[in-house]
Design a protein around this ligand. Structure first.
Ligand SMILES: NC(=O)C1=CN([C@@H]2O[C@H](COP(=O)(O)OP(=O)(O)OC[C@H]3O[C@@H](n4cnc5c(N)ncnc54)[C@H](O)[C@@H]3O)[C@@H](O)[C@H]2O)C=CC1
Ligand SMILES: O=C(O)[C@H]1O[C@H](OP(=O)(O)OP(=O)(O)OC[C@H]2O[C@@H](n3ccc(=O)[nH]c3=O)[C@H](O)[C@@H]2O)[C@H](O)[C@@H](O)[C@@H]1O
Length: 435
């Protein structure tokens, strides 16, 4: 099939590349010329494991191209995927301005039998609105479908190639058949292809992200409670997770969820509820708990240093909102760093992939260390904000020598408190006793 993917960000680039890899002819379109030029030079604008190799392979096979020319990409396309950003607007609802502008621009170039598919996360009713916009612009009924994406950054290729399920929202069975054919190569392990109305598909995406966010906020609240009552959330996590009704996934306590999706999607769903006259009690609580959780390490640091951080040097390991990505959108590490700078601390940072993005925002306000151990030299404490594999088994004796005082604030519970105590550290983590 000939496919146009509009919006070549995390989702658009992965979607386009994976569809090209399964034999389709894909043109990825973006409004950002610098990004398209970079892709045409063979440079990948984001860090996502395995993506660079897959892009290169499919470009060489002449199945994957990049352009800023929307008309040229749309004209021959059997399917036009929309994967532009849908960021949070000032009122909390999703801002769909990029999407509307794309729909208007592509309408004159759409083949009469083409299918337009939303891959972006869009509020319930968006497919219906695109359908009426296209009717207005083209004078005919066009097929518009929803196909929400469930990939995780850092595992995007794997998630796309081996999805737990594929969800499509369609008005006609013929459109479901076309999308089923497109996805068949990815469903060979008998994973379900679920066809429903566009409204249900759009809602499915928000409900999935909201439920995952709820699990995280729930375990974080329980972790904070454990700490005050003398329990250990790790033991509690194990204690509940073996119950097959509960399970272990997404119940790791930490410094709050970040990223470009959970925070905005919870708020967008909240906004939809309010628009429809429903009080989103749980969603508001999930968001509020998460905002509070981003400052739990700051509270521990403040207490330890008796509120005086002026002249102190703090090392921060992990800047990305999660491991295996360079994405720093809504990263909890940045909330901590802003607070440390405000308190007058000197901040030394390390991250395996995200330092370039942080440097673009913070410039010389921070000291950037290419090696994780360099960040520790002369530091009064180390804060761990992202659970990169690089931080799981460091040389604790060497760290002890490098740090000015052996104090660790671990926002991801990477180490065993008792062992840290034996190694001579003062060790604070989430939902476990400080030692
Ligand atoms: N990042 C993720 O892991 C996931 C994101 N999503 C959803 O996918 C959508 C896209 O997210 P990301 O890829 O992360 O966003 P992104 O910000 O990385 O990429 C969006 C791209 O769209 C381009 N764009 C904006 N206006 C355009 C226009 N008029 N014409 C052509 N291109 C245009 C931008 O230049 C940018 O390259 C969002 O709705 C998001 O909620 C869904 C699942 C996972
Ligand atoms: O809509 C989206 O954009 C995507 O959002 C999330 O994916 P992503 O944000 O890339 O990463 P996650 O692995 O879900 O992590 C999100 C945040 O939750 C945090 N988290 C995750 C799991 C956990 O147990 N505890 C926890 O604090 C992570 O540290 C991270 O900050 C969802 O997992 C994807 O299914 C979805 O497609």
């Amino acid at each position: 099939m000939k496919i146009a993917v509009v919006g070549t960000g995390y989702v658009g680039l992965v979607t386009g590349t994976c569809f090209a890899d399964s034999g389709n002819e894909v043109t990825c379109v973006d409004i950002n010329k610098a990004k398209v030029d970079a892709l045409n030079r063979g440079e990948i604008p984001i860090y996502e494991p395995g993506l660079a190799e897959l892009v290169e392979h499919n470009v060489q096979a002449k199945r994957l191209t990049f352009t800023t020319d929307l008309a040229a990409a749309v004209k021959p396309a059997d399917i036009v995927y929309l994967a532009v950003g849908t960021p949070q607007g000032s009122d909390g609802a999703a801002n769909l301005s990029a999407l509307w502008s794309v729909v208007e621009s592509l309408a004159p170039h759409l083949r009469t039998d083409a299918v337009v598919v939303t891959k972006s996360t869009v509020p319930v009713g968006t497919c219906a609105r695109i359908t009426s916009m296209l009717r207005e612009f083209t004078g005919r009924d066009c097929d518009v479908a929803s196909n929400p994406e469930f990939l995780k950054e850092g595992a995007a290729i794997e998630d796309f190639m081996k999805p737990d399920r594929v969800v499509v929202g369609v008005r006609r069975q013929e459109v479901a058949d076309i999308l089923h054919q497109l996805y068949e190569p990815f469903l060979r392990t008998e994973k379900p292809f679920l066809s429903m109305s566009p409204e249900s598909a759009e809602m499915t995406k928000y409900v999935a992200n909201a439920l995952l966010s709820t699990k995280i906020s729930f375990i974080n609240e329980m972790a904070n409670l454990c700490e005050r009552m003398g329990g250990d959330i790790n033991d509690v996590r194990r204690g509940i997770g073996h119950d097959s009704r509960i399970g272990f996934a997404f119940l790791f306590p930490g410094v709050g969820y970040g990223g470009s999706c959970f925070p905005k999607d919870v708020r967008a769903l909240e906004a939809m509820a309010v628009q429809h006259g429903l009080e989103p009690t749980i969603l508001r609580a999930v968001d509020a708990v998460n905002e509070r959780q981003k400052s739990v390490l700051a509270q521990k640091i403040e207490q330890h240093f008796h509120g005086d951080l002026g002249g102190k040097t703090i090392a921060v390991w992990g800047l990305a909102f999660k491991p295996r990505t360079d994405d720093i959108r809504e990263a909890p590490a940045l909330v901590l760093i802003d607070w440390l700078l405000e308190k007058g601390a000197k901040v030394k940072v390390h991250d395996p992939e995200a330092m370039k993005n942080v440097r673009a925002d913070y410039g010389d306000k921070l000291e950037y260390c290419d090696m994780r151990m360099d960040a520790l030299e002369g530091a009064d404490a180390l804060c761990i904000m992202t659970e990169w594999k690089d931080y799981h088994s460091p040389d604790f004796a060497e760290m002890y020598q490098l740090l000015k005082s052996p104090v660790i604030f671990d926002g991801r519970n990477l180490y065993e408190p008792d062992r840290m105590k034996r190694r001579g550290y003062k060790y604070f983590s989430i939902g476990r006793p400080a030692v």
